[in-house]
Design a protein around this ligand. Sequence first.
Ligand code: AMP
Length: 285
Amino acid sequence: MQTTGDISAMRKIVRALSRPLGFVPTMGALHAGHMRLVDVAREECASVAASIFVNPMQFGAGEDFAKYPRDVAGDSTKFVGAGVDVLFVPDVGAGAGAKAVAEADTMYPPGFSTTVDIGAMGMVFEGALRPGHFAGVATVVTKLLHIVQPDVLYLGQKDAQQTAVLRKVVRDLAFATEVRIVPTVREADGLALSSRNAYLNAHERSAAPDLYRALLSIRDALAIGAKKEDAIAAAHLAEGFELEYFDIVDADTFESLENLRAPAFIIGAARLGATRLIDNIWIAA
Ligand code: AMP
């Protein structure tokens, strides 16, 4: 596996790779969910590129940018084992904290000011609770796509709104990239794998699968004809959870649906102690 932190070097490496080229962008702290994306890319493409970048622009003030788990050495070993051809780890400046890093690195050079605004879809649910989050995601992924020029972009269903936002960016701005959404990888008890699960203490970890169970209960209630508000009102979360939202949304627009109409996501987000958990269930057409 070749590894670089430099944009020109990365462009040169990817130009020499066999096509089709699959691309898996990540923030590192790799788990089996990330590795599933790599495995699917490996099966479907002649070459695979990955990136690790904890993107300061998608973290809000007071979020976990500084303490987000980082293990580039361990992650590299995992990517090598999975057959990744090239890893892009953009060089970052020496500054401390989101602002200093943002002003001093490869992805955000001095004077950087051009951003991607996806409109209303970036303002609801995760976008409402994390202002600026999707502008950060859309901007960094746009830049990564320009650098890597992949044929296929691999994204996890775990971040459902992110998949809708990035499919929209690719469509609206005519990227020559296909988007593939890979189903969520879960622990045996149903908890969706997430780098942030590392923040959960033992008690929280045992309660955490409740979010997925609640989503399943909403799905099952809707399937037997319950109204949306009744299905959501009946969903139960263990003590210690603070619900942020449950809803049913159109899979393409992320508009809230009164009646389930596939393709859709049943989405949920809740705080458990200091950790935010999000999850969803895909309702296929
Ligand atoms: P992150 O490192 O959190 O930015 O995630 C990188 C990619 O991995 C995104 O496309 C995520 O949606 C995806 N991903 C994260 N968790 C999972 C999971 N449990 N199953 C499948 N994909 C995931």
